[in-house]
Design a protein around this ligand. Sequence first.
Ligand code: BGP
Length: 481
Amino acid sequence: NTLEISVRRSEKSMKTPKGFLWGGASAANQFEGAYLEDGKGLSVADCFTAGSRTHRREYTDGVVEGNYYPSHIATDFYHHWKEDVKLFAEMGYKAFRTSIAWSRIYPHGDDEQPNEAGLRFYDELFDELLSYGIEPVITLTHYEVPYALVEKYNSFADRRCVDFFERYCRTVFTRYKGKVKLWMTFNEINTMMHGGEQQTGVRIPEGADRDQVLLQVAHHLLLASAKAVKLGHEIDPENKIGCMVCNPLFYPETCKPEDQIQAMKDNDAMFYFSDTQVRGGYSNKARKLWEARGVQLKTEPEDEQILREGCVDYVGFSYYMSAVSSTRPVEKVQGNMMRMVKNPYVQESDWGWGIDPVGLRIALNQFYDRYQIPVFCVENGFGAEDEVSPDGHVHDPYRIDYFRRNIQELLKAIHEDGVDVMGYTAWGCIDFISAGSGEMKKRYGMIYVDRDNEGRGTLRRIKKDSFDWYRRAIASNGEDL
Ligand code: BGP
């Protein structure tokens, strides 16, 4: 019948637009390894002990306890990058997102001169990517504040870190001018209030008010982000610099109006950062949040102008799961970076993360409706305990299913809702260490890496079934899912 035919037709035409950035994403600290090689200094991520499933990791003052912490060897991209980039190219990537490890460039964060060996590493990596026609998409820092800044200044609690960050940005914007055009400032900046320690390494001084400290740090991060955007535009007007936030999608638990208000408040708290970064200043809601939490920000007269001049060009965001808000006193579960009420309408991964592809469509719409600037899904993926089968292959149909359903919803956001989506970089192009749990066995990649939780394994790379599936998805611009 005609209806069916027209539905099939509209499904058929669901391709990604020209120039759509298909690719994969990672973060330096989760996969590079070589944590002290070629002059690199310790970063915050290097100083967490091995993780547990409860997201509790502790500082050990630079000395790492436990056996394997993640970023020390990780999956050793630092020594495997040629091989890995070749595999990314085989999948047909148009874009590859990673971060620059700040402490490879400025080992202590406040050094006068950058570390040439660190700069060279990324020069070679970017050249290699470009030689395959893959555009580097660079996060300036992904939970990678140099640890020395934590020891000396308590990280971004001290405003001087804004200047150190600016110096680092100047160095990399200048050095990689013409090679990198797509940037993001702080990874998941809006998780600051949930995990400021992981985000920046900041410690809450004894007796201090947590909200006061974290919102002050947040202010410094927002200034640093705005300064970076302004500087990046000055150094190369072709640069497009985005913010990067964890998706703020809270559903109300019921249609009870109070639940709706609760969801609105939870969402607003998550939008606190992107609202400021996109609009170039704090909203009235932000001011009300300070009031409600009894926080007094310490600001300088030039701050408003700094924020105004540093509006981002696009919104980058991660989407793994949605969340639920409730006014009932109900037990909350740990999700991506924050705690939330369980959603009975969605399935869960082995780590209890709700699988909600439709939520991706809603998240894309939310961002676009709110800001009217391009949106870039820079993280979306499925963590699972993959295994090598006796046939030597890694069969991961659950991951293919996850990606298929999420990409279908992304295409609907583009075609049915008119959202301007720049691209999609799947999280975990290759296996590496999980940020939240510190585990190797929570794998996200389409390429398996032979390494286990205890740090054993040959580091050999094996293509998973999802590898070929993604290659076909990209080659068909999303038609063949
Ligand atoms: C995001 C982070 C990533 C990443 C991902 C998956 O919050 O930006 O660094 O790891 O979540 O989380 P996890 O590794 O905890 O499973």
